[in-house]
Write a protein that binds this ligand. Structure first.
Ligand code: G3P
Ligand code: MG
Length: 244
């Protein structure tokens, strides 16, 4: 299996993570998919930012859940990365989906509901995907096992992935039991046995987050379905070398 290359938080080694600048760059680099993280504002607007707190990647402090969208969109999510990106805002899921719709890119929407319990997050995200008719090329993933169960119960057509960094004996079985049809595993946890189990159970297997050349080459050679990387240009280079 030739792994699909997903730009992790966009081309996040080269532009501020989870911003339109990072997504646009990933597209220019010909990444095949984009991974992004969703949190909910106080007024339940899905926004793309990795941490529950704005401190690391903006010029402010506080939890996303305590900002209204109007307040949050004033923040600068680019300057922490480089002054070149000063004034870059936190994007909304709506903005991202509108942008990606005409592009032939896969989507991985990661629900960041493993630390803050966002009410109705699954339903809200499904509604956006349905409105934009993007279900058939989207994977929704989460570290929250209860959320995987809730997502699977909707019987929607988006693929559901259980995300984990844990050392399970049979992670494919765990994902299957939860109702997921994909497993997103920390790359260090993968073994030939896990790859074989995923193939046997028709469970999509993708690995995160792989940036170093040696790790990229090893992960690509495993023949998994996809990999998440901050350096999509490099991952594509090695993937194309190994699969042409
Ligand atoms: O979705 C793969 C990866 O993004 C999960 O970890 O912390 O980078 O969101 P994290
Ligand atoms: Mg993520």
């Amino acid at each position: 299996m030739k792994p699909t290359i997903y730009a992790h938080r966009g081309a996040s080694s080269y532009a501020p993570e989870n911003t339109m600048a990072a997504f646009q760059l990933a597209d220019q680099m010909q990444a095949e998919g984009i991974e992004t993280d969703v949190q909910l504002t106080k007024d339940q607007i899905p926004v793309l930012i990795h941490d529950e707190h704005v401190k690391r990647t903006t010029n402010s402090i506080g939890y996303i859940k305590d900002f209204t969208y109007r307040e949050l969109c004033q923040l600068d999510a680019g300057n922490w990365f480089s002054p070149k990106f000063t004034g870059t805002p936190i994007p909304t899921l709506e903005e991202f989906l509108t942008w990606i719709k005409p592009k032939p890119l896969y989507l991985n929407i990661e629900l960041k509901n493993n630390k803050v319990e966002y009410n109705h997050m699954e339903a809200i995200v499904y509604e956006y995907l349905s409105t934009h008719q993007l279900m058939n090329r989207t994977t929704i993933s989460t570290f929250n096992a209860n959320s995987v169960v809730r997502l699977a119960a909707y019987k929607e057509t988006a693929e559901i992935a259980f995300l984990t960094s844990r050392r399970y004996r049979h992670p494919v079985h765990v994902a299957k039991e939860l109702g997921a049809n994909a497993l997103h595993l920390k790359y260090k946890r993968v073994t030939p046995k896990i790859v074989a189990a995923a193939n046997k159970h028709k469970m999509k297997l993708r690995l995160y987050t792989i940036n170093r050349p040696a790790h990229l080459i090893r992960s690509i050679q495993y023949g998994v379905d996809g990999i998440f990387t901050d350096v999509p240009d490099q991952a594509l280079y090695y993937r194309n070398l190994l699969y042409n």
